[in-house]
Design a protein around this ligand. Structure first.
Ligand SMILES: [Fe+2]
Length: 179
């Protein structure tokens, strides 16, 4: 079965284009302490593309580049970035990923996971710039500030991202699976 159809079937999303998306919101703004650490991260990130997924719904031969990322969990040298999960109340065992989209990189629409124990938030590490887009259900998110913490229903909401700005766009993704 098509992966997208499979993801839709496992989701409780309302699929009403006129409904308010009240579960998608910026919950707080953290003090920005990580800018120097970001410069050290860029050369260490590796590119993730859809090539290996062979998803028929994307219809792009050879795949597309989604983003560059680095899992900084338990890596020394990024104390401020690694502290963010703790500040947000995540318990031990969470994973912190720094994800960068260069100009033209995009993540086609998908739903993260049906695992109901999965917890995930996104922290915007830089101010927004024109051309940078996040879409969560009916909400288009833009004009964010560095330190904004984005909450969303991780198991259900269809979302996509794109960087069509002239600059790179970096976010932090914190994930926990408390088993
Ligand atoms: Fe996602």
């Amino acid at each position: 079965m098509d992966r997208w159809i499979k993801l839709c079937n496992q989701s409780n999303y309302h699929w009403n284009p006129n409904e308010d998306e009240n579960d998608v919101f910026i919950s707080q703004n953290l003090p920005v302490t990580w800018m120097k650490e970001l410069d050290k991260i860029y050369p260490l990130q590796t590119t993730v593309s859809t090539e290996h997924l062979k998803d028929p719904e994307y219809y792009v031969k050879g795949g597309i580049q989604l983003y560059k990322e680095l899992n900084i969990t338990n890596i020394e040298g990024f104390p401020n970035l690694n502290l963010i999960g703790k500040l947000l109340g995540f318990e031990k065992g969470y994973v912190t990923n720094v994800q960068t989209q260069l100009t033209g990189m995009a993540v086609p629409i998908h739903i993260d996971s049906s695992d109901r124990k999965l917890k995930r938030v996104i922290v915007m590490l830089q101010d927004w710039y024109w051309g940078q887009i996040l879409q969560f259900g009916n909400k288009i998110i833009h004009n964010w500030k560095a330190g904004d913490v984005l909450q969303f229903p991780v198991n259900d909401i269809p979302h996509s991202t794109a960087n069509l700005s002239p600059y790179s766009r970096t976010i932090l993704k914190i994930t926990s699976r408390p088993y």
